[in-house]
Design a protein around this ligand. Structure first.
Ligand code: HEC
Ligand code: HEC
Length: 190
């Protein structure tokens, strides 16, 4: 009986306490609202929320029809590198080459170093034949590099939704068309 009474008492105390806490929170919310109103924050409309400038509830946009380059491998013009040691963009058509699957990677047929020269393709660089965990050279392509299109992408004629003002800084002219990451891996680290 005595224990019951104590339990009831402590429950009542707890309830009282939480009521107090609620009041505190309420006035904090009121203060926040007052402060916000006095500063008159800019209103973001539904249309301004997304990159496509559409009302999100009535949005009626058609998907952008991206037209990828049609130039077959061997007839395309290489892009300038996006920045020093960036993964080069794919300049040729990838029709029939994607998706890369476990059993079929058509990219290797032209880009493996032993064949690349004879077809005029850029050879897969030494960084892709290396285990970065152990820093050891491999006698085969690193598995992490198998899925080429994870890093190398073809280009289409679409306008960027947001203007890109990035300007790469090439401090040697050859960096615009070739990577040398294998030689500079630890640049600035040691
Ligand atoms: C039939 C041979 C062939 C196949 C298959 C092929 N490529 Fe190429 N690739 C080339 C050639 C040749 C070039 C040089 C540009 C040209 O002449 O079209 C090139 C250029 C590139 C470049 C630009 C290299 C640079 O130095 O700027 C990248 C990246 C590339 N290919 C990635 C790929 C990927 C990824 C695949 C698979 C989806 C692939 N290629 C399949 C022949 C091929
Ligand atoms: C994890 C990302 C990644 C994957 C996957 C990948 N690459 Fe690369 N690739 C890069 C980066 C970053 C560079 C530039 C720096 C360097 O040389 O490592 C590069 C450079 C290259 C170059 C230019 C070499 C030069 O001498 O300038 C070729 C060609 C290339 N990759 C082909 C391929 C092919 C073909 C595959 C698939 C078998 C592939 N890559 C997979 C990131 C990747």
């Amino acid at each position: 009986m005595k224990r019951l009474l104590i339990t009831a008492l402590s429950a009542a105390m707890l309830l009282g306490l939480s009521a107090c806490a609620d009041k505190g929170a309420e006035s904090a919310v009121q203060m926040d609202e007052q402060e916000l109103n006095s500063k008159q924050p800019p209103v973001v409309t539904e249309e301004e929320l997304g990159l496509r400038k559409e009302n999100l509830y009535t949005e009626d946009t058609k998907p952008v029809r991206a037209v990828y380059t049609k130039a077959a491998p061997g007839t395309a013009t290489r892009f300038k590198r996006s920045y020093v040691n960036a993964p080069p963009l794919i300049p040729h058509s990838v029709d029939g080459l994607l998706p890369i699957t476990k059993g079929n990677n058509a990219c290797l047929g032209c880009h493996m170093p032993e064949v690349a020269k004879s077809v005029g393709a850029t050879p897969i660089p030494p960084t892709h034949f290396m285990d970065f965990r152990t820093q050891k050279k491999l006698d085969h392509l690193a598995q992490q590099r198998y899925n080429c299109s994870q890093c190398h992408v073809p280009q289409a004629n679409v306008q960027p939704l947001v203007k890109n003002n990035f300007q790469p800084d090439f401090w040697r002219p050859e960096q615009m068309e070739k990577s040398n990451l294998i030689d500079t891996l630890n640049e600035g680290v040691r």
